[in-house]
Design a binder for this molecule. Structure first.
Ligand code: SAH
Ligand code: SF4
Ligand code: F3S
Length: 468
């Protein structure tokens, strides 16, 4: 069973680096069977689902197009806000009768939600259709859990609440052939007061640089054009390994592989080092698009959030970057309605958005998470005020989105073509170097190519164009 308190403990050392090997007995467990994974939450979960798929395919399972056709269904969940959790409970509820009419099917729930004891209790109490529950730290145990289940047919919960290990050599089935996610570190030590992630993902622990570079080289050989380096706070990369300025060193080593495009998520303003800005400037294959969550424009709120920087220091960082790299684009994350956020605090957030003129932002209403410090803070702000703030903020974000996009009119952008757009199969879709979503027309056969696209129309959150 999970234990959030135990999960918050951080001790020196103790991280184990291990190598995965698939047990022989598991290699045919999935013969003739299909799996389906529902993935919620951030890119860490997307990458974990790719590992889960890799494990299952090594066990001879094949992928089912839909959950209904599958013999094994996995929900890889997110706990970051209450609505993310409600979504999962809703979707799981819908499978109750399906599970009854498919007595041999297996339903698993994993990911961040099941690191919370309250969630596991709820699943045990009200969701009898769930067969297996495992956590973020024991994904590599899936083959063993399935072997045991095959013998016993017993409902199993196995969630570790420690700091986590680093497991190398895990199989992977990538969801995108042109864009590859590469974990550079796991966990988070920041403990922002509103956030559940340090409890669900364990301590900050970096992969060894040579393992990361090997993964990037493999992706490059497979024809992948872009790598996205992942960590909750990438700027802290290597600190646990005793490296000075580890992230910049790593970034430069990745750039030296010659892979065409490099992005990284997520940066933290507190740890950002000037050398990283210089590396971005130096290497043309490091994309000049930065996601730099600010959360609030009020220094008083930032303090209560335990973010470790002020509005002024954030603005200075942005100004430094714009000076060094004038064509850089910025996106951010913002929370409104943090406990007792005043009108003045919120106004400061609006002012900061004006000062930074972000290209885009993910905006959220604060959601209390049981077990985090902010969940115990007093809050006198009514929900309707929080909703009004969110819509005012979203209006401003859309305004700057459009304003920034206008400068690309009639310009040529380099777009990595992902294939036909889901909304309109007659046009292609992809992202430019600036991380702008571009929908464009062009001749057949552009999938997976980096294409020059002339921009013909600008919108708030995307651009339209034609391939040259
Ligand atoms: N590690 C990243 C992102 C983590 S979660 C970072 O620090 O930036 C992604 C975003 O979800 C956060 O940036 C924050 O804006 C939002 N978030 C996290 N916890 C939240 C909560 N309890 N309520 C509302 N939004 C939250
Ligand atoms: Fe959560 Fe803060 Fe860590 Fe980001 S840095 S994952 S917001 S605790
Ligand atoms: Fe959600 Fe876990 Fe990511 S809580 S945002 S899936 S780290």
């Amino acid at each position: 069973m999970p234990d959030l308190r135990a999960a918050a403990k951080r001790t020196k050392g103790e991280v184990q680096y291990r190598t995965f090997a698939m047990p022989e007995e598991a290699k045919h467990l999935g013969t003739g069977k299909k799996y389906h994974i529902y993935t919620y939450g951030c890119q860490a979960n997307v990458r974990d689902s790719e590992t889960l798929s890799g494990l299952l395919e090594q066990m001879d399972y094949t992928k089912a197009e839909t959950g209904e056709e599958a013999d094994l269904v996995i929900f890889n969940t997110c706990a970051v806000r209450r609505n993310a959790e409600e979504h999962v409970f809703g979707n799981l509820g819908e499978l109750k009768s399906w599970r009854r009419s498919h007595p041999d099917a297996i339903i698993c729930v994993c990911g961040c939600m099941v690191q919370e004891e309250a969630v596991v209790n709820e699943l045990l109490r009200s969701y009898p259709q769930v067969d297996l529950i495992f956590g973020t730290h024991n994904i590599y145990r899936l083959p063993y859990l399935l072997m045991d289940y095959d013998k016993t047919k017993e409902k199993t919960v196995e969630v570790f609440s420690g700091q986590g290990d680093v497991m190398e050599n895990m199989p992977v089935r990538r969801s995108d052939p042109y864009k590859g996610y590469v974990n550079i570190m796991y966990g988070c030590n920041k403990f922002c007061t509103y956030c559940i992630v340090p409890y669900t993902r364990g301590k900050e622990r970096s992969r060894h640089q040579e393992d990361i570079i090997r993964e990037v080289e493999e992706l490059k050989e497979q024809g992948c054009h872009e790598v996205i380096l992942l960590g909750q706070n990438v700027n802290a990369y290597g600190k646990d390994l005793g490296m000075e300025d580890g992230f910049t060193q790593l970034l430069e080593a990745v750039a030296e592989t010659g892979i065409e495009r490099i992005r990284f998520y997520t940066s933290h303003p507190r740890d950002y080092s000037f050398s990283t800005i210089l590396a971005m400037k130096k290497y043309p294959n490091i994309m000049k698009a930065l996601h730099l969550p600010v959360q609030s424009g009020s220094t008083a709120v930032l303090k209560r959030m335990n973010r470790g920087y002020t509005a002024e220091s954030y603005l200075k960082l942005v100004a430094d970057m714009k000076r060094e790299i004038p064509d850089i684009t910025f996106t951010t994350d913002l929370i409104v309605g943090f406990p007792d956020e005043t009108d003045e605090d919120f106004q400061k957030t609006l002012d900061l958005v004006d000062a930074c003129a972000f290209d885009g932002a993910f905006t959220f209403i604060y959601s209390p998470r049981e077990g985090t410090p902010a969940a115990r803070f007093e809050d006198h702000i009514p929900m309707h005020v929080k909703k009004e703030r969110l819509s005012l903020l979203n209006e401003k974000i859309a305004y700057y989105g459009h304003l920034n996009n206008q400068k690309y009119m009639d310009q040529t952008l380099r777009v990595l073509c992902e294939g036909p757009s889901k909304k309109n199969p007659a046009v292609y879709t992809g992202y430019s170097e600036e991380n702008k979503l571009v929908n464009f027309t062009g001749p057949a056969g552009l999938d997976g190519k980096i294409v020059d696209v002339r921009i013909t129309k600008t919108l708030s959150f995307s651009l339209n164009g034609m391939a040259l």
